[in-house]
Design a protein around this ligand. Structure first.
Ligand SMILES: [Fe+2]
Ligand SMILES: [Fe+2]
Length: 265
């Protein structure tokens, strides 16, 4: 019974274009799926669109087998400290909210969180934060409710990254009799960003190779970069399982879902 991990569906943009990337998954796979894990960037404007998109996904499989957690886009026109509201939206549709969540499917332990980044890729944290704040929509469209609804800053997402990383490290250090699979939205490896020299690359990935090497989970699946890269660190297979925007797809339908399809026997 397989588990499908998919990041960056951006389903609102696809449906606006009259297209549905989920139609590329065969009916046979939908029938056999034990679980669908949505690893961030389901939509912008989640308070309006998460219910609509989750109901759309519910046409393919029962939502009690769907685990969803936010990427950066799922905070747009929302707040960085608004996970409680996202959890309510998911649960109201019958789906599981998987932010900082651990669950077991057939002897496989899944550890899920958004992750964000530490802005330290390339060694210039302050400059990377300046670039990200100037160029990325994350710091225009995401606000912080606990501080007067001001715009989020890179130091805010860096703080969430530290929190998520600490949670992940704690969970990874707990013994588990089976395989562990980490699922994040942001990228954990410096070689898996498409343009590492770009000044905003540190907003896409952190270098977590030491953590991966220490705990060696069986796999680490992620998205955010919309670039189908993969790597191996020790015994850990890292794979990007992004779908991406409709105008980026360009004949990649075969790749979209194969990288995130895990078959357990
Ligand atoms: Fe995305
Ligand atoms: Fe993203």
């Amino acid at each position: 019974m397989p588990v499908l991990v998919v990041a960056d569906l951006h389903l609102d943009l696809w449906l606006e274009h009259g297209r549905d990337p989920l139609a590329a998954v065969s009916p046979d796979i939908w029938l056999r799926l034990d679980a669908l894990i949505l690893a961030g960037d389901l939509t912008n404007k989640p308070k309006v669109r998460w219910p609509i998109m989750l109901r759309h996904i519910g046409r393919y499989m029962p939502l009690d087998r769907v685990h969803v957690f936010p990427g950066n886009h799922d905070y747009y026109h929302h707040v960085l400290d608004g996970d409680d509201r996202l959890a309510e939206l998911a649960r109201a549709e019958g789906a599981h909210f998987a932010q900082k969540s651990e669950f077991v499917i057939r002897d496989h332990r899944f550890l899920c969180c958004t992750l964000w980044t530490d802005f330290r890729l390339g060694g210039g944290r302050a400059e990377a934060m300046r670039e990200a704040r100037g160029r990325m929509n994350d710091y225009r469209y995401i606000r912080v409710a606990s501080d007067g609804y001001r715009r989020a800053k890179p130091t805010d997402t860096e703080h969430v990254h530290a929190n998520h990383l600490s949670w992940l490290s704690d969970r990874l250090s707990m013994p588990f009799d089976g395989k562990t699979i980490v699922v994040t939205h942001h990228c954990p490896h410096p070689d898996l960003v498409p343009e590492p020299a770009d000044a905003v690359a540190p907003a896409y990935a952190s270098d977590l190779r030491a953590l991966i090497g220490e705990f060696q989970p069986a796999a680490w699946l992620f998205g955010h970069t919309h670039w189908p890269g993969s790597a191996v660190v020790g015994r850990t297979a890292l794979r990007n399982c992004s779908v991406g925007y409709p105008d980026e797809a360009k004949g990649r339908q075969d790749e979209w879902f194969s990288s995130g399809l895990l078959e357990f026997f």
